[in-house]
Design a protein around this ligand. Structure first.
Ligand SMILES: NC(=O)C1=CN([C@@H]2O[C@H](COP(=O)(O)OP(=O)(O)OC[C@H]3O[C@@H](n4cnc5c(N)ncnc54)[C@H](OP(=O)(O)O)[C@@H]3O)[C@@H](O)[C@H]2O)C=CC1
Ligand SMILES: O=C([O-])CC(=O)C(=O)O
Length: 267
């Protein structure tokens, strides 16, 4: 039995727990949420993980075997780094946060000090195994485009520059490096950051972001070229009803990763 703790109980966290509630190899012992969300989280968990302790911080007396983060940028410094330093292995999906200068190195240092590992999950995109393997022999280019329904860009800088509700055709809202994309669109930059970390880095990875009023999907496309040859991947992800910025595949990638840690066979 693998005892897990989860940081964040939003659109991803709840969907993961719903899918895992009948897995007898996994026990959810703790969920960490921001102050002020405690009662709401307890209500949300009532039908799916009523046994879990809900708190503002991890209870290290009930040390988890594994910590899974699905909360956002602030949670990395607040909860993940201290857990790594105490030797608790962590799975992360807020990969966009790692474009902040120095944060990836701080995570790595914390994991080394704790003698443990931090695992960056593939989330909403696929092919990370191939991209990271291709990098071994050298990559020449990685070009990514992220296309989402117009409403997914609400509350981002595109909301100020474009009349998102009035768009009638796919519109490029950003073109530049993965580093710029991550700083301007942090909540939509997880895929760009994941491709950068697996491939050519934040400065050399090219990114184009598109608001598409004709689409109901989050479409991620990238092309990688290098000594290995080349490949292209298109992933047409369904958004979560609870958060249109987030693709359902992100939830499934966490469920897969937890299963791989808990079950006898990993794939
Ligand atoms: N790797 C990938 O491909 C993808 C990664 N993501 C990332 O996953 C994360 C979660 O996404 P999603 O579930 O859709 O987002 P939600 O906003 O639905 O849920 C996140 C929850 O975590 C809470 N939270 C924020 N900060 C902390 C903290 N310090 N400690 C504990 N809880 C905290 C939030 O509270 P509050 O509302 O008060 O802020 C919110 O309830 C985001 O960072 C997102 O960018 C998303 C999609 C794809
Ligand atoms: O599709 C998703 O789930 C999220 C996404 O585009 C990103 O954060 O890069």
């Amino acid at each position: 039995m693998l005892h897990i703790a989860m940081i964040g109980c939003g659109a991803i966290g709840l969907s993961v727990l719903e899918l895992l509630k009948d897995d007898r190899d996994l026990a959810l012992d703790q969920v960490v949420v921001p102050a002020g969300h405690l009662d709401q989280a307890r209500q949300r968990l009532a039908g799916i993980a009523a046994q879990a302790r809900v708190g503002e911080a991890l209870d290290y007396a009930r040390r988890p075997d594994l910590l899974v983060e699905c909360a956002g940028h602030a949670a990395l410094a607040e909860h993940v780094i201290p857990a790594l330093e105490r030797g608790i292995p962590c799975l992360l999906v807020s990969i966009g946060a790692l474009s902040e200068d120095g944060l990836a190195a701080r995570l790595e240092d914390a994991a080394r000090r704790g003698g443990t590992r931090v695992e960056l999950l593939s989330g909403a995109i696929g092919g990370i195994d191939a991209l990271a393997a291709a990098r071994v022999a050298g990559l020449d280019s990685v070009v990514y485009s992220g296309r989402k329904p117009s409403r997914a860009w609400k509350g981002t800088p595109a909301d100020e520059r474009f009349d998102l509700d009035g768009l009638t055709e796919p519109t490029v809202i950003f073109e530049g490096s993965a580093r710029e994309a991550s700083s301007r669109y942090p909540k939509n930059a997880n895929v760009a950051a994941t491709l950068s970390l697996a491939g050519l880095g934040l400065d050399a990875t090219r990114v184009r972001l598109i608001a598409d009023p004709t689409s109901e999907e989050n479409v991620h496309h990238y092309q990688a070229r290098g000594a290995f040859g080349e490949f292209e991947m298109t992933l047409r992800g369904k958004p979560l009803a609870a958060n249109p910025k987030t693709s359902m595949l992100t939830v499934l990638s966490i469920v897969r990763a937890l299963g791989n840690h808990a079950h006898a066979v990993s794939i």
